[in-house]
Design a protein around this ligand. Structure first.
Ligand SMILES: NC(=O)c1ccc[n+]([C@@H]2O[C@H](COP(=O)([O-])OP(=O)(O)OC[C@H]3O[C@@H](n4cnc5c(N)ncnc54)[C@H](OP(=O)(O)O)[C@@H]3O)[C@@H](O)[C@H]2O)c1
Length: 322
């Protein structure tokens, strides 16, 4: 991309946890945002209409990832596209090939095809650390970076359909970009915590943190969690969109913390919740690095800020009550 064009950009799945923060950020930077949602009249998107500048600069339109014509009309006239929408189920689904794989993979290819047709200058695709970490051949002593890809068949064999979907979608996206020449950059976030803007839905990663405060688990594995703040991921998406030199994939992670340490921190801040009762130690994992993204000048906030802002927003949205 030669110059930053603050024209119209499209954000797919605009009402989701991450996309809502991205829309907010783009509006604050004076972009015109064309957000796609599946059901524009649904109350669950009401928070978007309340964002500053939304009245003048945000247009929502109905689009499903498997409905090419709907994507085509949402993307027409946009100079940039942030493809964020993808199914991220909180629990296993009965038919993952149809419910998870198809929207993630075919949906991404539909978005890219519509981008080529609309002559979009740059596409930023939200992939996931899920597309990197499921690689049994990667040595535990080797830092996981952009060179590492999850093993698709291994993901499927172990029933990790979400990880399979992100792995296949991202690799197919880069193959498509190579064939067509479209400028594609991907961001691979780890576990995303942070305050919620949406008030009527709870996404999967928010549920992970909320459950640590309310489920009272008897015992949990003391896994290393790779955590990043939703607002910092939104900043990363904008950064790679605007920086001319951005290319390829970017791991987006901020903190490596054992879950037990996260819980101890939460307990010291909010003692009166129903925390896990015990932890079982598990093997070390290879660590992940976002050095490439940091070289583009990406920075992130301290973990404590993320945790406090998350819990305060959960209280407001009554996520911890049920
Ligand atoms: N949260 C994390 O920890 C994390 C980590 C790494 C990567 N990611 C990636 O970040 C992105 C956003 O995740 P999130 O955490 O913000 O989850 P989210 O709140 O559940 O958002 C997912 C969005 O995808 C949309 N969507 C799903 N299937 C669709 C379809 N067939 N057609 C159109 N839209 C569809 C949903 O739209 P509706 O509003 O219509 O349901 C929703 O807006 C995803 O690509 C996910 O893989 C998330």
């Amino acid at each position: 991309m030669s110059v930053v064009e603050k024209g119209k950009v499209c954000v797919t799945g605009a009402g989701g946890f991450l996309a809502s923060w991205l829309v907010d950020l783009l509006l604050s930077k004076d972009y015109f945002v064309h957000g796609t949602v599946r059901d524009p009249d649904n109350e669950k998107y009401s928070h978007l209409k309340k964002l500053e500048k939304a009245r003048d600069k945000l247009k929502l339109s109905k689009a499903d990832l498997l409905d090419y014509a709907s994507l085509q009309s949402a993307i027409a006239g946009c100079s940039g596209v942030f493809h964020v929408a993808s199914p991220l189920p909180s629990s296993p689904l009965p038919n993952p090939e149809v419910e998870v794989m198809a929207p993630a993979v075919d949906g991404t290819l539909n978005v890219l095809k519509a981008c080529v047709e609309a002559n979009v200058k740059r596409v930023v695709y939200v992939s996931s650390a899920a597309a990197l970490i499921m690689n049994p051949n990667w040595s535990k002593d080797q830092v996981i970076d952009e060179a590492c890809w999850s093993d698709l068949e291994f993901c499927k064999r172990s029933g990790n359909w979400y990880r399979a979907s992100k792995t296949l979608a991202e690799s197919e996206a880069f193959k498509f970009a190579k064939r067509t020449g479209i400028d594609l950059v991907s961001i691979c976030p780890t576990l995303v915590f942070g305050p919620v803007l949406q008030q009527h839905t709870v996404n999967a990663s928010t549920l992970v943190l909320a459950n640590l405060l309310k489920e009272g688990f008897e015992s949990r594995e003391n896994q290393v969690r790779f955590i990043v703040d939703v607002r910092d991921v939104a900043q990363a998406l904008l950064l790679v969109y605007e920086k001319q030199e951005s290319e390829g994939r970017y791991v987006c992670t901020a903190h490596n913390a054992r879950e037990k340490d996260v819980v101890e921190k939460l307990k010291s801040l909010y003692p009166n919740y129903n925390y896990p009762k015990s932890y079982v130690e598990v093997e070390e994992r290879a660590i992940m690095s976002s050095e490439k993204l940091q070289k583009l000048s990406w920075t992130f906030r301290p973990l404590e800020e993320t945790l406090v802002d998350s819990i305060e927003s959960y209280r407001k949205a009554k996520i911890l009550d049920c």
